[in-house]
Unconditional design. Sequence first.
Length: 95
Amino acid sequence: MTPQRIQRKRTKGWRMPPNTVSVTRPGKWGNPFTGVAAAANFKTWLAGNPVLNIHAGRPPSAEAIRAELAGKNLACWCKVGEPCHGDVLLEVANS
């Protein structure tokens, strides 16, 4: 089954599915950027734009992303169908 992004919920009784990693803030895989351009900034940051390193520090390497996230579902608060850094992580992790 292809890994997918899961929307985290605060609904009573909701549980994160098996084989799913949380990529929310303030965790290790959380997006350091906010606002409408957060997903785009995250993608640019991972691609190595040094200007964004000033704000967010060094991004994780593609190898580190693959080592920890390949084959896993990723859970974030973003609504499914809206831009999310989790989609960027899924793309890198499974490439």
